[in-house]
Design a binder for this molecule. Structure first.
Ligand code: NAD
Ligand code: AHE
Ligand code: ZN
Length: 370
């Protein structure tokens, strides 16, 4: 079939809207009509050329929601008409990783996914002249139609609005999951969140849900304050306004450091600050941000010797086929909020404006509605 997509033709260039060819679903695969997709900072990171796994031409996008149109041979858990959220972290329920309760990182299709290919080693997308186009994170939600493995789709309830629940495909689950699944924050905790964007605000929302007492937000952009307060931030720190050492300031503000600190910026300097602002003896610092090729984190080992832990999380530690339908229920039941964070709704042809607003710090989440 033919469909319309925003294609990343080259690193550092705007996406190009074009008609593309899409082959039908093969064994174990599913054709999905994407109804809406969010723009995550990770899409921008890959488009910029900073992603060691970034390949071009590709169809980016990994925060979508849509409807199953067709299933390939052997697909058992889905049928046409089902509403689904694509999963860049699939859940096969069979690999060593899925069988180990300590991780959500299903590895059954990770190697081909990282090469921009379907599990059989081929791409379903091509340009009208036949040039192959690569998939991205196994999702490619910047295409009106896409093909995914069955194990990379969460089936969700049909009354949930696509233009909101698409955000559960990455940002909402990553932020809330980092708190609930990865950090396992206790009631009454003190936390510091670095970066109050589409992920950090969901960390804050997760901290409120978990019953944290003090939730400190840190961002260079004071424009993020009202939204962060709405979601539960109790104190704000702009590093540019702090005289002297930022770590010392945060340690004093929190009475010894955060029980939990979270990096949602992708800046390795911020990651170090987050680790060092965790409480001596027990503080845990969770890395969520994705850093550019070649970037490395460092600190004095003494920071770890004295009881701080440095950890990371992908997709908030969530097992998508199991956990994502539940998060959709939380949204529909009013336990979590999504709507205020979706500050802009765009048509596909305006997708590059969405990235411009992200760069300017004007948006929290932009969502493309097909
Ligand atoms: P975003 O652009 O919406 O937000 C980033 C925020 O960080 C902005 O508010 C910005 O002002 C702030 N910031 C930037 N530099 C800062 C600094 N030095 N100090 C304090 N604040 C600073 O981005 P997002 O969509 O929220 O994504 C955040 C990060 O999380 C990105 O690196 C993204 O790639 C990553 N991410 C990781 C996962 C995962 O599974 N681990 C999932 C989604 C996104
Ligand atoms: N490809 C990059 C790493 C990118 C990365 O860390 N991705 C996160 C999800 S970000 C979503 O917005 C992730 O899930 N990582 C686990 C995985 O297996 O990719 C690089 O540095 O090579
Ligand atoms: Zn993302």
């Amino acid at each position: 079939m033919r469909t319309t997509a925003a294609v990343a033709v080259e690193a550092g260039k705007p996406l190009e809207i074009m008609d593309v060819n899409l082959d039908g679903p093969r064994e174990g695969e599913v054709l999905v009509e994407i109804k809406a997709t969010g723009l995550c900072h990770t899409d921008d990171f890959t488009l910029s050329g900073a992603d060691p796994e970034g390949l071009f031409p590709a169809i980016l996008g990994h925060e979508g929601a849509g409807v199953v149109l067709e299933v390939g041979p052997g697909v058992k858990s889905l049928q046409p008409g089902d509403h689904v959220i694509p999963l860049y972290t699939p859940e096969c329920r069979e690999c060593d990783y899925c069988l180990n309760p300590k991780t959500n990182l299903c590895q059954s299709i990770r190697s081909t996914q990282g090469q921009g290919l379907m599990p059989d080693g081929t791409s379903r997308f091509s340009m009208l002249d036949g040039t192959p186009i690569l998939h991205y994170m196994g999702c490619s939600t910047f295409s009106n139609h896409t093909v995914l493995p069955e194990i990379a789709l969460a089936k969700v309830r049909k009354d949930a609005p696509f233009d909101k629940i698409c955000y559960i495909g990455c940002g909402v689950t990553t932020g809330i999951g980092a708190v609930i699944n990865t950090a396992k924050v206790e009631i009454g905790s003190t936390a510091i969140v670095f970066g109050l964007g589409g992920i950090g605000l969901n960390v804050i929302q997760g901290l409120r849900l978990a019953g944290a007492d003090q939730i400190v937000g840190v961002d260079l952009n004071p424009g993020k304050i009202p939204m962060a307060e709405k979601f539960g931030m109790t104190h704000f720190v702009n590093p540019n306004d702090v005289e002297g050492d930022l770590v010392a300031h945060l340690v004093e503000l929190t009475g010894g450091g955060g029980d939990y600190t979270f990096d949602a910026t992708g800046n390795v300097g911020v990651m170090r600050t987050a680790l060092e602002a965790a409480h001596k003896g027990w503080g845990e610092s969770i890395v969520i941000g994705v850093a550019p090729a070649g970037a490395e984190i460092s600190t004095r080992p003494f920071q770890l010797v004295t009881g701080r832990s440095w950890r990371g999380t992908a997709f908030g530690g969530a097992r998508g086929r199991t956990d994502v339908p539940q998060i959709v229920d939380w949204y529909m039941d009013g336990k979590i909020e999504i709507d205020p964070m979706i500050t802009h709704t765009l048509k596909l042809e305006d997708i590059n404006k969405g990235f411009e607003m992200m760069h300017a710090g004007e948006s929290i989440r932009s969502v493309v509605v097909y």
